[in-house]
Design a protein around this ligand. Structure first.
Ligand code: BJ8
Length: 432
């Protein structure tokens, strides 16, 4: 919840050395986009106000909390991928701060360092840093990248950012490499704080992060119902906020939301005013600030009932096994859990094919919308393989390649509406 006053916030941003004029522009843009994409919905759960506030607090009271934490001697690490094991950082007393940008406003500021033709996620993240509008820029001991796609890998090189080495395959030798990286991350976190991680603190943080993922699972389980009590747009916002909000406060807010959703189901309250085809959102992540495709799909009368991306199922599907008692076994369990993530950076990525097929059945989807961020070749090319798998079970797909801008909204809408017509028995959609 936003607990700081406008004066507090201005002081905070000035103390952090931010560019206040440009930052005002960024905030105005975030606010305008959020109002446009989310506030037209007629049947939102009341507790979504907690997540709306958290989105706005991400540049206000959340920043103040982290400043306070650091003043008290706490450490933090900036991350860019859901492969970084939060459990280990938290057990060491290090706050992980996910830094992926989802706003279209700062992308051009990345041009002073990067070519224009790279993915908007990378451009938005570094555009914010370069324009002096990222409040988290100085709030971390160091940023930690990972060797996933080429855009990210080369960005780390250029900026001198260290990275976790992710294997590209899933053979036993790759699992060994990943395990050694997980152990290295543990050492790095211990060096940062000067304290060894105890078995007790690691067990506590495993339970804490599992609790977060279980709550997200409960919310998303309810989207399987004929009449989901929460829209795809709001479920996305919850996932986006999950990456920024203090974990305990997030778990509390999610608990309230789950209660309300269960009660809405009992009362027969749907998130949607009219019937519509059930679709899966799949592909590149949709970080906080980016909800364009969800907005277009749902305002065109379809229902996004499941998100397959890193701002969806890929983030909460797997839990860390809580059965281990020694620190070594816990680290093995963490390595196992993260190694199951089915990012398109892996090749072959057969797990993703199997997971999507399973999810398609579980959520009884009528169609799938690939959302590919421009120049995200992994998800773009992999869309073909997924189409083949889904084609065999008669599920149509639509591929939307886009960036964080608003210029293509109407073009996408035309294609999305044609897709809806095709699913409901009308015209044929074009898959570009
Ligand atoms: S586990 S999806 S968070 S790497 S930056 S791959 S959009 S071209 S973010 Fe990701 Fe981890 Fe994988 Fe998930 Fe494409 Fe852009 Fe690369 Fe991206």
């Amino acid at each position: 919840m936003e607990t700081t006053t406008p004066d507090d916030r201005s002081r905070l941003w000035a103390d952090l050395g931010m560019n206040l004029e440009l930052h005002d522009q960024l905030l105005a843009s975030i606010d305008r986009v959020f109002t446009h994409t989310h506030l037209w919905q007629m049947s939102r759960p009341v507790s979504m106000s907690l997540f709306d506030e958290a989105l706005h607090a991400s540049h206000g009271s959340r920043v103040a909390e982290i400043v306070e934490y650091r003043r008290a001697g706490g450490k933090s690490v900036g991350t860019f991928c859901i492969y970084v094991p939060d459990e280990i950082a938290l057990a060491a007393g290090v706050l992980p701060i996910p830094l992926c940008g989802g706003s279209g406003w700062p992308v051009d500021y990345a041009d002073r360092m990067f070519p224009r033709d790279i993915c908007p996620l990378v451009r938005s993240t570094f555009g914010m840093a370069f324009s002096g509008t990222c409040p988290y820029k100085t709030l971390k001991e160091y940023p930690l990248g990972e060797t996933t796609c080429d855009a990210k890998k080369k960005a780390w090189d250029l900026l001198g950012i260290p990275s976790l080495e992710l294997p590209q395959k899933k053979n036993p030798i790759d699992r060994d490499l990943w395990r050694s990286e997980v152990l290295r991350f543990r050492e790095d976190m211990e060096k940062l704080t000067g304290k060894a991680i105890s078995a007790r603190s690691l067990a506590d943080s495993i339970r804490l992060v599992n609790r977060k993922r279980k709550l997200l699972q409960q919310i998303n389980e309810l989207r399987k119902l004929e009449e989901p009590p929460i829209s795809g747009l709001d479920a996305l916002l919850v996932s986006q906020v999950a990456l920024n909000m203090d974990i305990r406060a997030f778990n509390e807010a999610c608990g309230k939301l789950v209660e309300e959703l269960v009660s809405r189901v009992k009362k027969g309250i749907s998130a949607y005013p009219a019937p519509g085809p059930r679709v899966m959102f799949a592909g590149s992540p949709a970080p906080m600030g980016f909800a364009k495709v969800h907005y277009i799909v749902e305002s065109a009368g379809m229902r996004i009932v499941v998100d397959e991306s890193c701002t969806g199922q890929r983030y909460y599907r797997d839990l860390v096994d809580e059965g281990a008692s020694s620190i070594e076994d816990m680290l093995e369990a963490i390595a196992d859990r993260y190694f199951r993530i089915d990012c398109a950076c892996f090749s072959p990525n057969t797990e993703r094919m199997e997971n999507v097929q399973q999810t398609a059945g579980d959520y009884r989807i009528d169609g799938l919308v690939h959302c590919i961020l421009q120049y995200c070749h992994g998800y773009d090319i992999e869309a073909k393989a997924l189409d083949k798998v889904l084609g065999k079970v008669g599920i149509p797909t639509l591929k939307v390649v886009t960036d964080y801008g608003e210029q293509d909204e109407e073009q996408i809408r035309v294609r999305v509406e044609a897709f809806r017509e095709m699913i409901t028995g009308g015209a044929v959609a074009s898959n570009g």
